[in-house]
Design a protein around this ligand. Structure first.
Ligand SMILES: *Cc1c(COP(=O)(O)O)cnc(C)c1O
Length: 460
């Protein structure tokens, strides 16, 4: 099967084509923060794969059937049927997005002072744990620390560390969260063997085991491709098996639900469900809509069916792998092996002349915009490092990466070829790239609102 999208285009949206001087002005006005750019200044938007997917004709049609009744709408029952078939959980609640689902689940599950353990907490997941006065502790497997290792399941949790933490009487663990795929850890998949073993350890210690299942279908696809014994299974079968191992899940459906807005909380424990339901009604909406419209619930139900189709997943994984190949050939190393929802460029290695406090990842991301209108985001010292009140970097991040996130069903092969050309162009002259300094740096969620300024290459 050639590398080909298994769909054709029925509705199109023009993308802005801009000149370099226009982009230079736009970036300067944005304070060199890609989050401050207007979308009409961006040619290819690889900022995130969240809520940015294309809707299918069948989803659009399903949306027309949306039942907007306040309580007991038909759309909820159609949504419930699909999620119940996928997860086997008896208690299912919609929520408006992933972080709302997490906030409700953790508030119902955790007491102040408890610890949440995870392969890696996503940033909003960590924030919601910490807001409850709890600790979020990441236990990634050792292979995850080697960016170049092609270990197939770098999203795995470290089972020895998990066992140790659960056996530690000084550590009151309230939940173990397995993020599939491991977004904070480079979008790497978690093996079924690791999930099964983690579930077993949790059961032995009487601690709830939950999935953060934003990319459950992409994880399932990579399992069929990489894990012995799963090649003959369908992604749907693998996904069902993963959900069956856990006590419940919270998920953003803006990723593998292929909708613009949506989330879910689901579980087995009726008592926990009752507590979640109260918080849901207080904060999101009546349990049969949970902050979503009937139209969105219908589109979600259909999106959850489409996302597990093997032809779709095969094409998506192949497109990312092909971009990875083109980028690597252009001389830019990526976090190996390529996952599905994003590529992570190793900016630290490409730009040894830019020290961490001049934000090499940010320098590369900015240059990709200036050179070709490609918007992406730094995942390095600007996002993850510690910065003092004057905006000086105190502790750098372990790696200086740039994430190229791939929206679902949005860009074609020729768009990716264009992106690869822009990367190649930029990678030709790394020594000419300026570094950056922070001129405005909010204390929380810095990367969303900070402003920066270029400093000439070679500035200490
Ligand atoms: C996106 C994401 C979330 C948060 O979901 P939102 O819908 O953005 O609120 C939580 N966990 C993971 C792994 C995610 O990728």
């Amino acid at each position: 099967m050639p590398l080909m999208e298994p769909y054709r285009i029925k509705v199109v949206e023009p993308i802005p084509i801009t000149t370099r001087p226009e982009r230079e002005r736009a970036m300067a006005a944005a304070g060199y923060n890609p989050f401050n750019l207007r979308a009409d200044q961006v040619t290819i938007d690889l900022l995130t794969d969240s809520g940015t997917g294309s809707i299918s004709a069948d989803q659009q049609a399903a949306g027309m059937r949306g039942d907007e009744s306040y309580a007991g709408g038909r759309s909820f029952y159609r949504f419930h049927e699909v999620v119940s078939d996928l997860t086997s959980y008896p208690h299912i609640f919609p929520a408006h997005q992933g972080r709302a689902a997490e906030r409700i689940l953790f508030a119902a599950l955790l007491r102040p002072g408890q610890t949440s353990l995870s392969n890696t907490h996503f940033d909003t997941t960590r924030a919601n744990v910490e807001l409850l006065g709890c600790e979020a502790r990441d236990l990634p497997c050792p292979e995850a620390r080697n960016l170049d290792s092609d270990f197939p399941f770098k999203g795995d949790i470290d089972l020895a560390e998990l066992e140790r933490a659960l056996g530690d009487p000084g550590c009151d663990v309230g939940v173990v969260v397995m993020t599939i795929t491991n977004n904070g850890g480079g979008g790497q998949p978690v093996s079924m063997a690791n999930m099964r073993a983690a579930a077993e350890v949790c059961r032995r210690h009487g601690v709830p085991f939950f999935l953060d299942a934003a990319r459950f279908a992409e994880n399932a696809w990579l399992v069929t491709q990489r894990e012995p014994g799963y090649a003959h299974k369908t992604p749907l079968e693998v996904a069902r098996e993963a959900f069956a191992l856990a006590d419940g899940c919270a998920a953003s459906l803006k990723k593998d639900g292929i909708v613009h807005m949506g989330g879910i909380i689901a579980m087995r424990d009726p008592e926990l469900a009752r507590r979640c339901e109260q918080l849901l009604i207080a904060g999101e909406g009546f349990p049969t809509y949970g902050g979503l419209s009937g139209r969105e619930l219908e589109m979600l139900a259909q999106g959850l069916r489409e996302v597990v189709e093997p032809d779709y997943l095969r094409s998506r994984a192949a497109a990312t792998a092909n971009l990875a190949r083109m980028v690597t050939e252009a001389g830019v190393d990526i976090v190996q092996p390529a996952g599905i929802h994003a590529l992570y460029l190793n900016a630290g290695r490409l730009l040894p002349g830019i020290p961490p406090h001049r934000f090499p990842g940010h320098a590369l991301a900015t240059e990709l915009y200036l050179a070709g209108g490609v918007r992406c985001v730094e995942l390095g010292s600007l996002f993850l490092g510690d910065v003092d009140a004057e905006g000086r970097l105190v502790t750098p991040a372990p790696f200086e990466l740039v994430r190229l996130a791939i929206p679902r069903r949005v860009y074609t092969q020729s768009h990716f070829e264009y992106v690869a050309e822009v990367v190649a162009e930029v990678a030709k002259n790394p020594e000419r790239m300026p570094g950056y300094r922070l001129v405005e740096s909010p204390a929380v969620l810095r990367h969303f609102k900070c402003r920066l300024e270029p400093v000439p290459p070679g500035t200490p």
